[in-house]
Design a binder for this molecule. Structure first.
Ligand SMILES: NC(=O)C1=CN([C@@H]2O[C@H](COP(=O)(O)OP(=O)(O)OC[C@H]3O[C@@H](n4cnc5c(N)ncnc54)[C@H](O)[C@@H]3O)[C@@H](O)[C@H]2O)C=CC1
Ligand SMILES: O=C(O)[C@H]1O[C@H](OP(=O)(O)OP(=O)(O)OC[C@H]2O[C@@H](n3ccc(=O)[nH]c3=O)[C@H](O)[C@@H]2O)[C@H](O)[C@@H](O)[C@@H]1O
Length: 481
């Protein structure tokens, strides 16, 4: 570990022994971090280049859907612990510890991470940093980024030190994960930097005895991408098993259940289906692979390309199931898509498998109608070419196939008998293995899910048949019951 003689945090603004915190970048990560740090009792000032976002946050409105965050934002604004600004000068003057939370998306047309936002944030902040303080990177970065930024700060803001403190929160559980993380990782180059980070997180570590891993920059950066790569690999592993199950009419959900009962394997991140998406797992495994290539160890991570390919193949598989459901060609066929966000309890549609499948169906000529409880606005912006409905029933009306792609709880509550009266044909493709197949089959639906044999209806579908036929079928069904 590198050591430093700099007096980190000297000349601090800290009151009552507590450092003042700033957060740079107020997206999913930064807004959550700012609110949660204020909730822990710190005075927090957050900045973003997106002035609309800053105005909304300052007015008590979270610009995205994250359970529980609105309430905490409003409470901490009211308590005067949390403020938002567009001024980096003000941030530099205010803060003892500055958390970098800007985006590191995939570079267009390439696999690597785009570090330009991170460098722009340092460029905006560094000239105003006039006293000792600690800049803490939280964004997910290729290994080596922290060392490069530390070198920049040494020149552009002498007396200011860098640390790297990767974040592991999940969207949908962001508040809970921030206030009670599984572990904390501090990538530091000096003991004072470690001490400051320990004091910032003391309200958490004191309460929960949260394990703290102290490491050098490179190890801290690697922990983050290694964790996301492992999670992605687990999902693609079970989805690879789904592909094999499909070849022999075996059932991947039963297989996954049996695997999960082995404590060494565990059941988490072993849910097969349409695969992973979101603003992180896909871009992180690609950036990690690309960085390994640059470091001359690309051969160690070739499996991550396979993980990515298995994942993307699942999207095609769902389209194939829809094609089969409508009898061969999707051209002109109305298809209902339930779900647009990349996972439930989030309105994030970045690299969403649901929207990707909807777009593939649209590309194959289907007339696609998408419904999502929370992500419709984001979906409309990302895929304006699709049609959107304001309820599941509206999306399913007239559909020749219905595809469930995000496992929102409300989809589990749908009444399959009612939907059967609205749909033009009765195949439900449950790409997330989330519905009660028996209930849907009892209401006349053919239940199809990837990695499992198709299940025909327990009773024939009602609305498609003529009244006389229907009476006969009802009589048979009553006799069979
Ligand atoms: N979303 C998540 O659940 C998690 C994200 N991460 C990582 O955190 C980082 C941020 O991710 P998200 O919050 O999802 O991205 P995001 O895109 O939601 O937010 C990034 C924010 O940074 C702002 N920004 C860009 N350039 C800026 C600059 N020069 N100065 C100030 N603000 C600037 C943007 O306007 C935007 O509000 C990424 O590296 C991501 O991999 C890590 C763990 C969880
Ligand atoms: O770096 C990040 O941004 C974050 O990425 C993921 O969190 P997140 O993307 O919010 O969501 P996950 O719960 O990990 O789900 C990711 C995707 O995998 C899919 N998934 C998840 C689990 C599973 O068993 N199967 C499966 O297909 C989900 O539907 C979703 O599309 C990680 O879980 C977080 O620890 C990490 O901090």
């Amino acid at each position: 570990m590198r050591t430093s003689t700099k007096q980190v945090g000297s000349g601090t603004n800290a009151t009552a022994g507590r450092p003042r915190l700033t957060v740079i970048g107020t997206g999913y990560l930064g807004a959550t971090h700012a609110v949660c740090m204020a909730q822990l009792g710190f005075d927090v000032l957050a900045v973003d280049v997106d002035t609309t976002k800053i105005e909304r946050l300052a007015a008590g409105e979270v610009p995205f859907f994250e359970p529980g965050l609105d309430e905490l934002l409003q409470a901490n604004l009211a308590a005067g612990r949390l403020r938002f600004t567009s001024s980096f000068e003000e941030v530099a003057r205010f803060g003892d510890v500055h958390f970098l939370c800007v985006g590191t998306p995939q570079l267009p047309g390439r696999q690597n991470a785009d570090l330009s936002y991170l460098h722009a944030a340092v460029t905006a902040l560094a000239p105003h940093l006039r006293r000792g303080s600690l800049v803490v990177g939280k964004s997910t970065v290729p290994v080596g980024t922290a060392a490069a930024l530390a070198d920049r700060l040494a020149v552009e803001a002498p007396g200011v030190e860098l640390a790297w403190n990767p974040e592991f929160l999940r969207e949908g559980f962001a508040v809970e994960d921030t206030l009670r993380p599984d572990r904390l990782v501090f990538g530091v180059a000096s003991t004072p930097a470690e001490t400051i980070l320990r004091s910032v997180y003391a309200p958490i570590t004191n309460q929960y005895e949260t394990p703290v891993i102290v490491a050098d920059f490179a190890t801290a950066e690697l922990v983050k991408v290694a964790a996301n790569s492992f999670l992605a690999t687990k999902i693609s592993y079970i989805n690879a098993m789904a592909e094999v199950c499909e070849a022999v009419d075996a059932d991947v959900t039963t297989l996954a259940q049996a695997l999960s009962l082995d404590e060494r394997i565990g059941g988490k991140f072993l849910r097969p289906g349409v695969g992973f998406g979101g603003g992180c797992l896909p871009k992180d495994i690609r950036a990690f692979r690309a960085r390994a290539d640059e470091l001359g160890v690309g051969h160690s991570l070739t499996f991550l390309s396979e993980v990515d390919e298995i994942n993307l193949r699942r999207r095609d598989r769902i389209v194939q199931l829809a094609r089969t459901a409508v009898g061969g060609s999707l051209a002109g066929q109305p298809v209902a898509v339930l779900g647009a966000s990349f996972k439930p309890n989030s309105d994030d549609v970045r690299d969403s498998p649901a929207l990707a499948v909807a777009a593939l169906l649209d590309g194959a000529g289907a007339t696609v109608t998408v419904y999502d409880p929370m992500a419709l606005d984001n979906a409309r912006r990302a895929r304006p070419e699709l049609t959107y409905a304001t309820s599941a029933a509206e999306a399913v009306s007239g559909a020749k196939a219905t595809v469930l792609l995000t496992e929102w709880a409300e989809f589990g509550e749908l009444d399959p008998a009612e939907l059967a009266t609205l749909a033009a044909a009765h195949t439900i493709i449950d790409a997330r293995h989330t519905l009660d197949s028996a209930r849907w089959r009892a209401a006349g639906w053919t239940y199809v899910s990837p990695g499992r044999p198709a299940m025909t209806p327990a009773v024939p579908a009602q609305p498609d048949v003529e009244p006389l036929q229907r009476q006969v079928q009802e009589a048979f069904a009553a006799r069979a019951a």
